[in-house]
Design a protein around this ligand. Structure first.
Ligand SMILES: [Zn+2]
Length: 282
């Protein structure tokens, strides 16, 4: 992917060492691991390939780096958990705690490996700022509550201005790609959902140890709710996000259709999928 996009770029000679360090920077968590980041980066690559002329080399570089780094060193717990457990990270970054942390780790690696050391410092700062913002866009709570409604309003009213609102386009790209594992097939969606729920279950145990009552939906006993939760998640989050993106980048429409297809499969195959999901609850 990097060879295809960047073989003539000056940083290309250092990219392999950088990517190996990024891979090493991911912890072995059930869901937030290097496989998830690689899957996201692959979708970003496909989007850039399908809309090659719509993005500058600067944007392509930052989108690829931000996607592969976006969950680096993820601790396997949520922003809410970090806040409620009074983790120092939550005091350092009051909003988008994890995303700020991933961005910080990314900037450390960029500095250490000198990926853009050939650039003047002001230009290097521009790259780091863009990558930082792209990683912050992966805070899904903020995207759902503020960016999706604004993007829909602007698109519906034909008021979307590519220069002024390009950050919204990039946010939709980052969010769609982050969620895209759910679009691949029913089996794959079932597998990663189980892994994701497993991570939430481990978080629930940590809540209990702290004497905090966690969200009951993450309880193992509530696993039978998973198919219904998935249908809602696919419909109201994944389809919504990819639908908006495909109105701005029409070649991305198959991603929206695939989310919809997988959602219908969850609706039709609730029982076998529920059993599949159960097997990951070990
Ligand atoms: Zn992610």
């Amino acid at each position: 992917m990097f060879r295809h996009l960047f073989k003539n770029e000056l940083f290309f000679g250092k990219i392999a060492a950088f990517l190996l360090a990024v891979r090493h920077g991911y912890r072995k968590k059930p869901y937030h691991n290097f496989e998830h980041a690689f899957g996201m980066m692959h979708i970003i690559f496909v989007i850039l390939h399908l809309h090659s002329n719509d993005f500058s080399m600067f944007e392509k570089t930052c989108l690829m780096i931000a996607s592969i780094c976006h969950d680096i060193h993820h601790p396997g717990v949520s922003n809410t958990f970090l806040r409620l457990s009074k983790n120092p990270l939550a005091e350092l970054y009051e909003e988008s705690t994890l995303e700020n942390y991933h961005s910080y780790m990314t900037r450390l690696l960029l500095d250490h490996y000198g990926l853009f050391s050939y650039l003047p410092s002001s230009e290097y700062l521009r790259y780091k700022k863009e990558i930082h913002e792209l990683i912050l866009y992966t805070d899904l709570d903020i995207a759902i509550t503020t960016k999706f409604p604004l993007a829909r309003e602007l698109i519906n009213d034909n008021n979307y201005d590519d220069k002024k609102h390009r950050y919204l386009l990039k946010s939709l790209i980052m969010n769609s790609a982050d969620l895209a594992g759910q679009s691949k097939s029913l089996d794959f969606s079932g597998r990663i959902t189980a892994l994701w729920k497993n991570e939430l279950h481990i978080e629930r145990d940590k809540y209990k140890r702290l004497g905090i009552t966690p969200d009951r939906r993450n309880d193992r006993a509530c696993a039978k709710q998973i198919p219904d939760d998935q249908v809602n998640f696919l419909k109201y989050v994944c389809e919504n996000c990819s639908d908006l993106l495909s109105r701005l980048l029409p070649n991305v429409r198959p991603l929206y259709k695939q989310f919809k297809h997988v959602r219908k499969e969850w609706q039709e195959h609730t029982i076998p999928i529920f059993q599949d999901v159960q097997q990951y609850y070990q």
